[in-house]
Design a protein around this ligand. Structure first.
Ligand SMILES: Cc1cc2nc3c(=O)[nH]c(=O)nc-3n(C[C@H](O)[C@H](O)[C@H](O)COP(=O)(O)OP(=O)(O)OC[C@H]3O[C@@H](n4cnc5c(N)ncnc54)[C@H](O)[C@@H]3O)c2cc1C
Length: 383
């Protein structure tokens, strides 16, 4: 039996950032089912940071996280984890009201928002379809950032290793018992681990892991999202284009390694699984490109899908389960698990070590009751 102070199930961005935050205080073991960290959602994202997604709680976490990405602690990384890449939110006539509401929400958290007219939008992205029933209004967030998710994940893994922790890959947790104040975990291969605190950061599988432990589920809903990559039209350099997103959730695109990454912003219910793109969603992605731009997609060069998992109020959840001692939820990061990871890690650190709620999060209006699992499962049951 390998004993630790904290076991973390799941080596995605949630589990690795939490483990890194705790590794200085405690012996932390991360148990990851796959042969590498970041194999599932964390390795399939668009790696973008912006205020045009989520609700107010998510924006507060996003705002808090910016400093970490831009100026990571010197003992953690010697370069920022992001580079400036503006976000352009576009609206057709039917979306103009929604764009105004989005602009007002974003302005609560950043002073980097500006309106832009059709000419300005075309100067940024010459292929946009504008005027008439097409795009007529736009708002730019100059605070948008492209994140270096791989480097971030590796930096968290290094911090775990250099602290008192370790990451065990190929360790799919198959059984969980609670005995004498310890969570005792058995993997499919029969390895055994134990600790008084168990952090459930299993992404789309978090409710399944809770089930193994006899803990009440959060009602997590994994939803599949599809991404395509294609070449820009001949002679067009897209490398300096912003992230372009429709105000209603049906399209985004961003330049990526000389190509264009686009998504129909699909949210298809899925069981927790190794998500793969479906033909319908690939066709939808290509069609949306043609709806919002003058480009066509003659050939999809690369495609993938991943799961974004939400609880009912779409606020990422962190905190001890009200119905099981030492069982800590870290789940429901939805479509913003990368851009909110530093905030979530700070919350984990405070709640697990008994520290005080991060002042920076309070300053952005985020309070514990908004993220604790109690809001979803109630307090009355105890194991
Ligand atoms: C197409 C797409 C685009 C996205 N774009 C962005 C973006 O631009 N910006 C942003 O911030 N977010 C984005 N996201 C969301 C982001 O990727 C997720 O919120 C985040 O990766 C969730 O991290 P996680 O660690 O909770 O989950 P995961 O990365 O899925 O990690 C969970 C881990 O738990 C492991 N696990 C599960 N069960 C067990 C078990 N029994 N034993 C051991 N290990 C187990 C899994 O193998 C997995 O590695 C996007 C997501 C998708 C799919």
């Amino acid at each position: 039996m390998n004993c630790a102070d904290v076991l973390v199930i799941g080596g995605g961005i949630a589990g690795m950032s939490a483990a890194a935050a705790l590794a200085g205080h405690a012996r932390v073991l991360v148990l990851e089912a796959e042969q590498a960290v970041g194999y599932h959602s964390s390795g399939r994202s668009a790696t973008y940071y912006h205020f045009g997604i989520g609700n107010r709680a998510v924006r507060a976490m996003t705002a808090f996280s910016r400093e970490f990405f831009e100026q990571p602690p010197v003992d953690f990384a010697d370069q920022p984890f992001c580079r400036p890449t503006p976000a352009l939110f576009v609206a057709r006539p039917s979306m103009v009201e929604a764009l105004a509401a989005l602009e007002a929400e974003m302005q609560l958290f950043t002073d980097t928002i500006e309106r832009i007219d059709e000419k300005g939008m075309l100067a940024m992205v010459p292929v946009l379809k504008t005027g008439g029933d097409d795009i007529v209004k736009g708002v730019v967030d100059y605070g948008g950032r492209r994140l270096d998710a791989d480097r971030l994940l590796q930096a968290y893994a290094r911090r775990v290793k250099h602290g008192k922790g370790d990451t065990v890959i190929g360790a799919r947790v198959a059984g969980i018992d609670y005995k004498a104040g310890l969570w005792q975990v058995t993997t499919e291969r029969g390895q055994q681990f134990a600790a008084p605190v168990l952090i459930n950061a299993a992404g789309a599988w978090a409710d399944h892991v809770a089930g193994l432990a006899g803990v009440r589920s959060l009602g997590l809903e994994p939803k599949r999202r599809t991404v395509i990559m294609f070449d820009p039209p001949k002679g067009i350099d897209a490398s300096e284009w912003p992230f372009v997103k429709a105000t209603v959730d049906d399209f985004y695109m961003i330049p990526e390694s000389g190509r264009i990454l686009a998504s129909p912003v699909d949210e298809v219910d899925s069981p927790p699984t190794d998500a793969q793109p479906e033909e319908y969603d690939l066709a939808l992605a290509a069609w949306k490109v043609e709806e919002y731009t003058t480009m066509t997609v003659p050939r999809i060069q690369h495609r993938w899908a991943g799961l974004r998992s939400f609880v009912s109020d779409r606020v990422p959840t962190a905190g001890f389960a009200p119905d099981a001692d030492g069982f800590f939820w870290l789940a429901g990061q939805g479509g913003y698990g990368l851009q909110t990871a530093p905030a979530m890690a700070a919350i984990v650190s405070a709640l697990v070590t008994g520290g005080s709620w991060p002042e920076g999060l309070a300053a952005f209006g985020l309070t514990p009751d908004q993220v604790l699992p109690d809001r979803l499962v109630g307090r009355e049951v105890s194991v």
